[in-house]
Write a new protein. Structure first.
Length: 251
């Protein structure tokens, strides 16, 4: 069996190759690629490999773009540190989905599943059900905020965006009211908010999709957002997050 590794982090690529060899010494890594453009060229010119291990977030964009541009005949195992793309992964030629850091036993199980399927790309519905459950944890539906001597419960759907000012984080409602909350942006992004609804565009702002009114090209490959209610400062999608932001809007 020969495989292709698509990974833009050299250490992660080397580690994956080592784990594959530990699972089965007969498996050969034909090539290692790190960009969408290299993958398009490889799948266009080279004979199909038996299996592809593909990171979702590459240096020049989201690897799903490859499948929009060309037909990939080889079955794919996606690897990533982020699980919000799991269901989208099964819309293409995926037989499995591994979260980083990759567990050797899970990799072994994936390879065994591939052999059982006899190289036929197929969706494992049992795995898909598990991923669906994992991707829908009990996110926080309401936030308790204080205004003077009064407390209010703000529902998630009433939130327009979150804004950080130093160590202070504000919750801004669709009605334009601002409240200080006792959560960091990191905690909000990681644990409390559904990633299909909220996106952290930069270190300062995390926006709710329904609050976005306009998106414009901005300097140096960035994007500028217009939101409602208006923010105190320009909301600029940082250059390194533009491709992720577009994928989020298109998911």
């Amino acid at each position: 069996m020969d495989v292709l590794i698509v990974e833009d982090e050299p250490l992660a690529s080397e580690r994956l190759a080592e784990l594959i060899a530990q699972c089965d010494t007969s498996i050969q890594v034909r090539s290692t690629l790190d960009t969408i453009e290299d993958c398009v060229e490889f799948f266009t010119k080279e004979d199909p490999v038996d299996l592809v291990f593909m990171d979702i977030q590459l240096s020049d964009g989201i690897s799903f773009e490859i499948f929009d541009r060309i037909e990939v005949e080889s079955p794919v195992v996606f690897t990533t540190a982020y699980d919000q793309y799991a269901l989208q992964a099964f819309k293409v030629n995926s037989i499995d989905y591994l979260l980083k850091p990759i567990d050797p036993s899970e990799l072994q199980e994936t390879l065994q599943r591939f052999v059982r399927q006899q190289s036929r790309p197929a969706t494992d519905h049992r795995l898909l059900q598990q991923l669906s459950t994992h991707l829908n944890p009990p996110y926080q539906s309401r936030f308790l905020v204080k205004s003077g001597n009064h407390y209010h419960s703000i529902t998630q759907s009433d939130i327009a965006y979150f804004q950080a000012d130093g160590k202070i984080v504000y919750l801004v409602t669709q009605a334009g009211k601002r409240y200080i909350i006792d959560y960091t942006m990191e905690r909000l992004e990681r644990d409390l908010l559904p990633p299909d609804t909220f996106f952290r565009v930069n270190r300062t702002f995390m926006v709710q999709i329904d609050a976005i009114r306009d998106i414009q090209n901005y300097a140096n490959g960035r994007l500028k957002l217009t939101v409602h209610p208006p923010a105190d400062y320009d909301i600029i999608v940082s250059r390194e997050r533009v491709s992720f932001f577009k994928a989020w809007l298109n998911s």
